[in-house]
Design a protein around this ligand. Structure first.
Ligand code: ATP
Length: 229
């Protein structure tokens, strides 16, 4: 589903690579934690997958697209295959919960009747039934993240990227979000989640990929946050 072959990303000439010669493969339906200290390259990894940045060298494949040769006009079709959620939720503040999720369907040109039926289904799935008319400021942080997840998943992308999705949430709320992500993964979505949350990584026991100043230093199945090395 995602493959990196000797991928290096250098942001500015002469700077140390943000990612250095990374090769790995993430299979369909895997759940992968991306861990590492601040600045180790986790967000860069996710930005490359989304084609928000281009690799300086190496080859990448995402959902059947070769990103090295993908022309710019095909980037929207790549992005439709990828849902993304972030630490700061990134909801539209003036729109309701329903409208925030519906927006993701409108921009892909879905007909109105489909939006009317799909959005409530998705909100039910993330545990927000009955809150359709609220605006983001009328929701808790955990509920806002659920809206963001509903929006990311409403087009049923095969891949979900999550950049510190529990970074602004307390431990109990974080656990609820992780249960939801686990359920989404079990229903067939490949998930890559960058995180600093050691408790969550240690509890979930999924594949762990650790970066250190741009190098891949650990790739462990059923891994923990910090392996004794
Ligand atoms: N747009 C940019 N221009 C130049 N350098 C950048 C840019 N974005 C990131 N970097 C550098 O690349 C390296 C990796 O950064 P990145 O944001 O990928 O790390 P991270 O692991 O996601 O960190 P954090 O956990 O703090 O989010 C850092 O040295 C950072 O300063």
């Amino acid at each position: 589903m995602i493959r990196f072959d000797n991928v290096t990303k250098v942001y500015a000439r002469g700077a140390r690579p943000a990612l250095n010669d990374i090769s790995l493969e993430i299979e369909r339906e895997e759940f992968v934690f991306l861990v590492g200290a601040s600045g180790s390259g986790k967000s860069t990894f996710l930005r490359l997958v989304l084609r928000e940045e281009r690799a300086t060298s190496g080859t990448m494949f995402v959902a059947g697209h070769n990103l090295s040769t993908l022309s710019n006009w095909k980037v929207p079709s790549l992005r439709r295959q990828i849902g993304a959620v972030f630490q700061d939720f990134r909801l539209l503040p003036t729109k309701t919960v329903f409208e925030n999720v519906a927006f993701a369907l409108q921009v892909t040109g879905r007909p109105r009747h489909q939006i009317r039926s799909t959005v409530p289904e998705m909100l039910e799935l993330v545990g927000l039934a009955g809150k359709e008319k609220r605006r983001p400021h009328e929701l808790s942080g955990g509920e806002q993240q659920r809206v963001a997840i509903a929006r990311a998943m409403v087009n049923r992308p095969p891949i979900l990227l999550a950049d510190e999705p529990t970074g602004n949430l307390d431990p109990t709320t974080s656990l609820g979000i992780m249960r939801l992500l686990d359920r989404i993964n079990r229903s067939g979505t490949t998930i890559v989640m960058a995180t600093h949350d050691d408790e969550i990584v240690d509890q979930m026991r999924k594949r762990v990929i650790e970066l250190e100043t741009g190098d891949l230093i650990r790739d462990q199945s059923r891994g923990v946050y910090g392996a004794s090395r």
